[in-house]
Design a protein around this ligand. Structure first.
Ligand SMILES: NC(=O)c1ccc[n+]([C@@H]2O[C@H](COP(=O)([O-])OP(=O)(O)OC[C@H]3O[C@@H](n4cnc5c(N)ncnc54)[C@H](OP(=O)(O)O)[C@@H]3O)[C@@H](O)[C@H]2O)c1
Length: 294
């Protein structure tokens, strides 16, 4: 996919135009919304409830929480009071690796805090040292009971995924990893896709650190968009599922408005190489767009 106007099926073929309702087919046959709201560091109670409500009002149908975030209760409350049918919302939570030995009990507690009958995706938050395969067996047991409709991993390297796959009845459907132009793990992403494991991009906005940088800002200006929207769009056009976080209504709304423009191949490449971007390339870019270099 190069122009970002399409989404992909499991074989990487373009199938339908990307929009706020777009979903990505996973190896287990389920379809995950390509854009979600991440809720790490949003306090439980009113702040997380408001954030989830604003996301759902903006058309987002995917919420990414974790036991570690300590806000599963608020996420569940927000879902129940949103007026959006439960089955329309994709809910992800994660197993904290310290609880890997009793993963099934930890999952039941997450489910209890969420107040839900099932989650859409349960992830192993980090590879549990020495417990990779036994933990995955517990994840499979949870999936076989229908309590987690999909299961996957997070922060796994290729070796971790290969070891898991060799012993798995149910392969991990996703690997949620740190991903943005400023943290572009291209080889890992390509290996995951080749193994049938979809990539979910976390910290896609670089936790806010690079939103004033010249490359995303200059591309954003060319499209009349924000740098945050450009970084989200980069993830979508690279074929990643993406879960930006915000606590603010106007940012959640604007982060969802990423389906009315597309980055060109050249802009995607500029973003790909952003960490190596030299002053001379920046200068040339400014000159071509008719602006004086700063
Ligand atoms: N699996 C893992 O190990 C792992 C690790 C990290 C994150 N995650 C998941 O990925 C999600 C996203 O990653 P993240 O929270 O690390 O960071 P992020 O989404 O890259 O960035 C969030 C930061 O950007 C700011 N921001 C959001 N929208 C903005 C906008 N339009 N303009 C300017 N600033 C904006 C937010 O501030 P405000 O809130 O004030 O708007 C916040 O400080 C997490 O919430 C979590 O669900 C998973």
């Amino acid at each position: 996919m190069t122009d970002g106007s399409n989404t992909q099926d499991a074989h990487g073929d373009d199938v339908t135009p990307l929009d706020i309702g777009s979903r990505r087919l996973l190896s287990d046959g389920r379809a995950i919304p390509v854009l979600g709201l991440g809720v790490w560091q949003i306090p439980d109670g009113k702040p997380v409830q408001e954030a989830v409500h604003w996301a759902l009002e903006s058309g987002i149908r995917h919420i990414d929480t974790a036991r570690f975030y300590r806000n599963e209760r608020g996420v569940g409350d927000a879902i129940r009071t949103s007026g959006v049918p439960r089955e329309e919302i994709w809910v992800t939570t994660k197993l904290f690796p310290f609880e890997a030995l009793w993963a099934e009990r930890a999952f039941q507690r997450s489910l209890g805090r969420l107040g839900l009958d099932y989650v859409d995706l349960y992830l192993v938050h980090f590879p549990p040292p020495g417990l990779l395969l036994s933990t995955w067996q517990k994840m499979e047991s949870i999936a076989k009971q229908g309590l987690a409709r999909s299961i996957g991993v997070s922060n796994y390297k290729v070796d971790d995924i290969n070891k898991t796959l060799q012993a798995a009845d149910i392969p991990p459907a996703v690997n949620q990893i740190h991903m943005s132009p400023y943290h572009y793990s291209k080889d890992l992403a390509e290996s995951c896709e080749a193994l049938g494991v979809a990539v979910e991009a976390y910290s896609p906005l670089t936790r806010g650190k690079n939103l004033d940088d010249p490359v995303p800002v200059s591309i954003a200006e060319a499209h009349g968009k924000s740098a945050a929207q450009v970084l989200i769009r980069w993830s979508l056009q690279r074929g990643f599922i993406v879960i930006p976080k915000s606590t603010r209504k106007e940012r959640i709304e604007s982060n969802a408005q990423v389906f009315d423009f597309a980055l060109t191949d050249e802009e995607m490449e500029q973003l790909d190489s952003v960490t190596q971007f030299s002053d001379s390339v920046l200068t040339a870019l400014s000159l071509r767009r008719g602006r004086k270099p700063s």
